[in-house]
Design a protein around this ligand. Structure first.
Ligand code: FES
Length: 292
Protein backbone atom coordinates (compact mmCIF):
# COMPACT_ATOMS: atom_id res chain seq x y z
CA UNK A 1 0.00 0.00 0.00
CA UNK A 2 1.33 3.44 -0.93
CA UNK A 3 1.98 5.84 1.98
CA UNK A 4 -0.31 8.85 1.84
CA UNK A 5 1.41 12.25 1.73
CA UNK A 6 0.57 14.50 4.69
CA UNK A 7 -0.54 17.52 2.72
CA UNK A 8 -3.08 20.21 3.68
CA UNK A 9 -5.66 18.83 1.26
CA UNK A 10 -5.21 15.15 2.17
CA UNK A 11 -8.20 15.27 4.60
CA UNK A 12 -10.37 16.47 1.71
CA UNK A 13 -9.20 13.61 -0.49
CA UNK A 14 -9.72 11.07 2.30
CA UNK A 15 -13.25 12.35 2.95
CA UNK A 16 -14.23 12.28 -0.72
CA UNK A 17 -12.72 8.86 -1.39
CA UNK A 18 -14.62 7.43 1.61
CA UNK A 19 -17.97 9.02 0.71
CA UNK A 20 -19.95 5.83 0.04
CA UNK A 21 -23.32 7.69 -0.26
CA UNK A 22 -22.02 9.02 -3.58
CA UNK A 23 -21.97 5.53 -5.07
CA UNK A 24 -25.65 5.26 -5.99
CA UNK A 25 -25.83 8.55 -7.92
CA UNK A 26 -22.34 7.93 -9.32
CA UNK A 27 -23.23 4.49 -10.66
CA UNK A 28 -26.45 5.83 -12.15
CA UNK A 29 -24.68 8.68 -13.93
CA UNK A 30 -21.84 6.43 -15.10
CA UNK A 31 -24.21 3.82 -16.52
CA UNK A 32 -26.29 6.46 -18.27
CA UNK A 33 -23.20 8.01 -19.85
CA UNK A 34 -21.86 4.66 -21.03
CA UNK A 35 -25.24 3.69 -22.51
CA UNK A 36 -25.58 7.06 -24.23
CA UNK A 37 -22.02 7.41 -25.56
CA UNK A 38 -21.18 4.02 -27.01
CA UNK A 39 -17.96 3.19 -28.94
CA UNK A 40 -17.90 4.99 -32.28
CA UNK A 41 -17.17 8.36 -33.85
CA UNK A 42 -18.81 10.48 -31.12
CA UNK A 43 -16.97 8.69 -28.33
CA UNK A 44 -13.73 8.93 -30.32
CA UNK A 45 -14.28 12.67 -30.74
CA UNK A 46 -14.91 13.17 -27.01
CA UNK A 47 -12.08 10.90 -25.92
CA UNK A 48 -9.49 12.58 -28.16
CA UNK A 49 -8.75 9.50 -30.30
CA UNK A 50 -8.49 11.77 -33.35
CA UNK A 51 -5.97 13.89 -31.46
CA UNK A 52 -3.79 11.10 -30.09
CA UNK A 53 -4.25 12.64 -26.64
CA UNK A 54 -7.09 12.97 -24.15
CA UNK A 55 -9.21 16.00 -25.12
CA UNK A 56 -10.51 16.86 -21.64
CA UNK A 57 -7.27 18.26 -20.16
CA UNK A 58 -6.87 20.62 -23.11
CA UNK A 59 -10.39 21.99 -22.75
CA UNK A 60 -10.06 22.46 -18.99
CA UNK A 61 -7.25 24.90 -19.73
CA UNK A 62 -9.73 27.09 -21.63
CA UNK A 63 -12.36 27.09 -18.86
CA UNK A 64 -9.97 27.48 -15.94
CA UNK A 65 -7.77 29.92 -17.83
CA UNK A 66 -10.71 32.17 -18.77
CA UNK A 67 -12.36 32.20 -15.35
CA UNK A 68 -9.09 32.60 -13.44
CA UNK A 69 -7.92 35.39 -15.75
CA UNK A 70 -11.13 37.30 -15.06
CA UNK A 71 -10.61 36.96 -11.32
CA UNK A 72 -6.95 37.92 -11.67
CA UNK A 73 -7.94 41.11 -13.49
CA UNK A 74 -10.39 41.82 -10.66
CA UNK A 75 -7.52 41.53 -8.20
CA UNK A 76 -4.77 43.40 -10.02
CA UNK A 77 -7.06 45.84 -11.78
CA UNK A 78 -7.64 46.54 -15.43
CA UNK A 79 -7.72 49.80 -17.29
CA UNK A 80 -11.19 49.26 -18.70
CA UNK A 81 -14.72 49.16 -17.33
CA UNK A 82 -14.71 45.42 -16.75
CA UNK A 83 -15.32 44.49 -20.39
CA UNK A 84 -12.32 42.13 -20.42
CA UNK A 85 -13.56 40.27 -17.34
CA UNK A 86 -17.05 39.91 -18.81
CA UNK A 87 -15.64 38.55 -22.05
CA UNK A 88 -13.36 36.13 -20.24
CA UNK A 89 -16.22 34.82 -18.10
CA UNK A 90 -18.35 34.47 -21.24
CA UNK A 91 -15.58 32.45 -22.91
CA UNK A 92 -15.31 30.17 -19.88
CA UNK A 93 -19.07 29.59 -19.83
CA UNK A 94 -19.06 28.78 -23.57
CA UNK A 95 -16.25 26.24 -23.16
CA UNK A 96 -17.78 24.62 -20.07
CA UNK A 97 -20.27 22.31 -21.85
CA UNK A 98 -17.80 20.51 -24.15
CA UNK A 99 -15.28 20.33 -21.32
CA UNK A 100 -17.76 18.69 -18.95
CA UNK A 101 -18.87 16.28 -21.66
CA UNK A 102 -15.34 15.09 -22.38
CA UNK A 103 -14.66 14.73 -18.67
CA UNK A 104 -17.73 12.71 -17.85
CA UNK A 105 -17.01 10.49 -20.86
CA UNK A 106 -13.50 9.75 -19.54
CA UNK A 107 -14.70 9.21 -15.98
CA UNK A 108 -17.58 6.90 -16.91
CA UNK A 109 -15.14 4.34 -18.33
CA UNK A 110 -13.15 4.21 -15.10
CA UNK A 111 -15.77 4.41 -12.36
CA UNK A 112 -17.23 0.86 -12.45
CA UNK A 113 -14.02 -0.74 -11.18
CA UNK A 114 -12.93 1.84 -8.64
CA UNK A 115 -15.24 3.36 -6.02
CA UNK A 116 -12.69 6.03 -5.08
CA UNK A 117 -12.49 7.19 -8.70
CA UNK A 118 -16.29 7.25 -8.88
CA UNK A 119 -16.57 9.44 -5.78
CA UNK A 120 -13.72 11.83 -6.60
CA UNK A 121 -15.02 12.28 -10.16
CA UNK A 122 -18.51 13.08 -8.95
CA UNK A 123 -17.29 15.71 -6.47
CA UNK A 124 -14.91 17.14 -9.08
CA UNK A 125 -17.80 17.56 -11.54
CA UNK A 126 -20.18 18.92 -8.90
CA UNK A 127 -17.60 21.46 -7.77
CA UNK A 128 -17.09 22.63 -11.33
CA UNK A 129 -20.85 22.97 -11.81
CA UNK A 130 -21.04 25.13 -8.67
CA UNK A 131 -18.14 27.24 -9.94
CA UNK A 132 -19.95 27.65 -13.26
CA UNK A 133 -23.05 28.87 -11.43
CA UNK A 134 -21.01 31.36 -9.40
CA UNK A 135 -19.26 32.75 -12.48
CA UNK A 136 -22.53 32.93 -14.41
CA UNK A 137 -24.07 34.88 -11.50
CA UNK A 138 -20.98 37.05 -11.45
CA UNK A 139 -21.47 37.86 -15.13
CA UNK A 140 -25.11 38.76 -14.55
CA UNK A 141 -24.17 41.06 -11.67
CA UNK A 142 -21.47 42.77 -13.74
CA UNK A 143 -23.85 43.31 -16.64
CA UNK A 144 -26.27 44.99 -14.23
CA UNK A 145 -23.45 47.29 -13.16
CA UNK A 146 -22.98 45.65 -9.75
CA UNK A 147 -19.23 45.16 -10.08
CA UNK A 148 -18.54 44.61 -6.39
CA UNK A 149 -20.98 41.70 -6.23
CA UNK A 150 -19.63 40.39 -9.53
CA UNK A 151 -16.09 40.35 -8.17
CA UNK A 152 -17.13 38.58 -4.98
CA UNK A 153 -19.06 35.91 -6.88
CA UNK A 154 -16.08 35.47 -9.21
CA UNK A 155 -13.70 35.06 -6.28
CA UNK A 156 -16.02 32.43 -4.77
CA UNK A 157 -16.14 30.69 -8.14
CA UNK A 158 -12.34 30.68 -8.34
CA UNK A 159 -12.06 29.14 -4.87
CA UNK A 160 -14.53 26.35 -5.65
CA UNK A 161 -13.01 25.75 -9.09
CA UNK A 162 -9.55 25.54 -7.52
CA UNK A 163 -10.65 22.74 -5.19
CA UNK A 164 -12.53 20.96 -7.98
CA UNK A 165 -9.48 21.27 -10.23
CA UNK A 166 -7.31 19.85 -7.46
CA UNK A 167 -9.56 16.78 -7.34
CA UNK A 168 -9.34 16.52 -11.13
CA UNK A 169 -5.56 16.47 -10.87
CA UNK A 170 -5.85 13.79 -8.17
CA UNK A 171 -7.97 11.69 -10.55
CA UNK A 172 -5.32 11.84 -13.26
CA UNK A 173 -2.01 11.93 -11.45
CA UNK A 174 -2.71 9.86 -8.34
CA UNK A 175 -5.60 7.61 -9.28
CA UNK A 176 -4.22 7.10 -12.80
CA UNK A 177 -7.29 7.89 -14.90
CA UNK A 178 -6.03 8.88 -18.32
CA UNK A 179 -2.34 8.00 -18.72
CA UNK A 180 -1.28 5.59 -21.44
CA UNK A 181 -1.23 2.26 -19.60
CA UNK A 182 1.73 0.89 -21.56
CA UNK A 183 4.10 3.81 -21.18
CA UNK A 184 6.21 2.46 -18.32
CA UNK A 185 6.92 -1.00 -19.76
CA UNK A 186 6.91 -0.79 -23.53
CA UNK A 187 8.71 -4.11 -24.02
CA UNK A 188 12.11 -5.61 -24.81
CA UNK A 189 14.56 -3.58 -26.89
CA UNK A 190 16.65 -6.69 -27.68
CA UNK A 191 15.39 -10.03 -28.98
CA UNK A 192 13.77 -11.91 -26.09
CA UNK A 193 12.05 -15.29 -25.97
CA UNK A 194 8.27 -14.97 -25.72
CA UNK A 195 7.21 -18.62 -25.90
CA UNK A 196 7.88 -21.90 -27.69
CA UNK A 197 6.60 -22.01 -31.27
CA UNK A 198 4.54 -25.09 -30.43
CA UNK A 199 2.56 -23.09 -27.88
CA UNK A 200 0.87 -21.00 -30.54
CA UNK A 201 -2.16 -22.37 -32.33
CA UNK A 202 -3.39 -20.64 -35.44
CA UNK A 203 -6.07 -18.07 -34.55
CA UNK A 204 -5.82 -18.55 -30.77
CA UNK A 205 -4.46 -15.58 -28.79
CA UNK A 206 -1.96 -16.25 -26.05
CA UNK A 207 -0.85 -13.98 -23.22
CA UNK A 208 2.77 -14.23 -22.08
CA UNK A 209 5.06 -12.09 -19.97
CA UNK A 210 8.39 -11.03 -21.47
CA UNK A 211 10.60 -9.44 -18.85
CA UNK A 212 8.02 -7.30 -17.05
CA UNK A 213 5.83 -6.76 -20.09
CA UNK A 214 2.55 -8.58 -20.75
CA UNK A 215 2.42 -9.50 -24.43
CA UNK A 216 -0.45 -10.58 -26.66
CA UNK A 217 0.59 -13.18 -29.26
CA UNK A 218 -1.43 -14.47 -32.16
CA UNK A 219 -0.44 -16.84 -34.91
CA UNK A 220 -2.43 -15.73 -37.92
CA UNK A 221 -1.86 -17.76 -41.07
CA UNK A 222 1.92 -17.74 -41.60
CA UNK A 223 2.70 -14.86 -39.30
CA UNK A 224 2.89 -14.28 -35.55
CA UNK A 225 1.58 -10.93 -34.33
CA UNK A 226 2.81 -9.51 -31.03
CA UNK A 227 1.51 -6.38 -29.31
CA UNK A 228 1.44 -5.15 -25.71
CA UNK A 229 -1.34 -7.00 -23.90
CA UNK A 230 -2.36 -4.21 -21.50
CA UNK A 231 -4.86 -1.94 -23.26
CA UNK A 232 -3.46 1.59 -23.41
CA UNK A 233 -6.89 2.98 -22.46
CA UNK A 234 -7.59 1.63 -18.96
CA UNK A 235 -5.34 -1.40 -18.77
CA UNK A 236 -7.56 -4.41 -19.49
CA UNK A 237 -5.86 -7.52 -20.86
CA UNK A 238 -6.54 -7.85 -24.57
CA UNK A 239 -5.92 -11.60 -24.42
CA UNK A 240 -8.39 -12.08 -21.55
CA UNK A 241 -11.15 -9.72 -22.67
CA UNK A 242 -10.58 -9.12 -26.37
CA UNK A 243 -12.36 -10.37 -29.42
CA UNK A 244 -10.62 -11.02 -32.71
CA UNK A 245 -11.80 -9.60 -35.98
CA UNK A 246 -9.27 -10.71 -38.58
CA UNK A 247 -6.07 -8.83 -37.80
CA UNK A 248 -7.81 -6.50 -35.34
CA UNK A 249 -8.42 -7.09 -31.64
CA UNK A 250 -11.27 -5.34 -29.84
CA UNK A 251 -10.78 -4.73 -26.13
CA UNK A 252 -13.63 -6.20 -24.10
CA UNK A 253 -13.71 -3.39 -21.56
CA UNK A 254 -14.66 -0.31 -23.60
CA UNK A 255 -14.41 -1.41 -27.21
CA UNK A 256 -11.11 0.08 -28.37
CA UNK A 257 -9.89 -1.68 -31.51
CA UNK A 258 -6.20 -2.15 -32.31
CA UNK A 259 -4.49 -3.36 -35.46
CA UNK A 260 -2.41 -6.45 -34.77
CA UNK A 261 -0.06 -5.43 -37.58
CA UNK A 262 1.26 -2.28 -35.96
CA UNK A 263 -0.77 -1.74 -32.76
CA UNK A 264 -2.45 1.38 -34.15
CA UNK A 265 -5.86 2.51 -32.89
CA UNK A 266 -8.66 1.62 -35.29
CA UNK A 267 -11.33 2.85 -32.89
CA UNK A 268 -11.25 4.53 -29.48
CA UNK A 269 -11.78 5.41 -26.75
CA UNK A 270 -8.04 4.64 -26.62
CA UNK A 271 -6.02 7.61 -27.81
CA UNK A 272 -2.67 5.87 -28.32
CA UNK A 273 -1.82 2.56 -29.94
CA UNK A 274 -0.32 -0.54 -28.43
CA UNK A 275 3.43 -1.09 -28.69
CA UNK A 276 3.86 -3.65 -31.48
CA UNK A 277 6.85 -5.94 -31.75
CA UNK A 278 9.00 -7.45 -34.42
CA UNK A 279 8.69 -11.23 -34.30
CA UNK A 280 11.04 -14.00 -35.41
CA UNK A 281 10.91 -17.75 -34.97
CA UNK A 282 14.08 -19.75 -34.70
CA UNK A 283 15.13 -22.91 -32.91
CA UNK A 284 11.52 -23.64 -31.97
CA UNK A 285 11.15 -20.33 -30.13
CA UNK A 286 9.13 -17.18 -30.78
CA UNK A 287 11.21 -14.09 -30.06
CA UNK A 288 10.11 -10.48 -30.01
CA UNK A 289 11.58 -7.02 -29.70
CA UNK A 290 10.57 -3.44 -30.16
CA UNK A 291 11.29 -2.07 -33.63
CA UNK A 292 14.46 0.07 -33.96
S1 FES B 1 -9.44 -0.76 -21.26
FE1 FES B 1 -10.82 0.60 -22.19
S2 FES B 1 -10.90 -0.04 -24.24
FE2 FES B 1 -9.45 -1.31 -23.33
Amino acid sequence: MTAKPQTPLQPLIDAVEAAAPLDTPGETVGKTVRNTISPGPIKDALSGTWLGHALHPMLTDVVIGSFMSATLLDLIGSDEDGTAQRRLIGAGIAAYGPTALTGVNDWADAEPTDAAVRRVGLVHASGNAIALGLYASSLVARRKGNHGKGKLLGAAGAAVMGLAGFLGGHLSFTQGVGPNQTVFDEGPEEWAEATASDNLEDGKPKAVVVGDTPVFLLRHRDHVHAIHDRCSHRGCSLADTGELDGEVVECGCHGSRFSLRDGSVERGPATVGQPAYEVREQGGKVEIKLPE
